[in-house]
Design a protein. Structure first.
Length: 93
């Protein structure tokens, strides 16, 4: 079976913005609420939810970070051509 990840993300333009949001999360901010407020991706409206995805479905840096992260963790900022991502790995199978 191919490994899959169920993740959500927050996409912003700068590393500084991503770091500020990560600090907010560390002090108790809710990932989904922050995604709705700050994410530039259309998925932000759904709390950043991307659903399940497998290898080859996301850009390389994003995919690598998501697949290497532990279930339940938030990683980032991860830089891609789209901007900077914070990735919440909800589940893996």
């Amino acid at each position: 079976m191919v490994k899959q990840v169920n993740a959500a993300h927050i996409l912003v333009k700068t590393e500084k913005e991503a770091n500020n949001i990560m600090q907010n999360i560390k002090i108790g901010g809710k990932f989904a609420d922050l995604a709705k407020k700050y994410s530039l991706c259309p998925s932000g409206k759904k709390g950043g939810d991307l659903g399940w995805f497998g290898p080859g479905q996301m850009v390389a840096a994003f995919e690598k970070a998501a697949f290497e992260a532990k279930k339940g963790s938030i990683v980032g900022p991860v830089k891609t051509d789209f901007g900077y991502h914070l990735i919440f790995v909800k589940d893996q199978k």
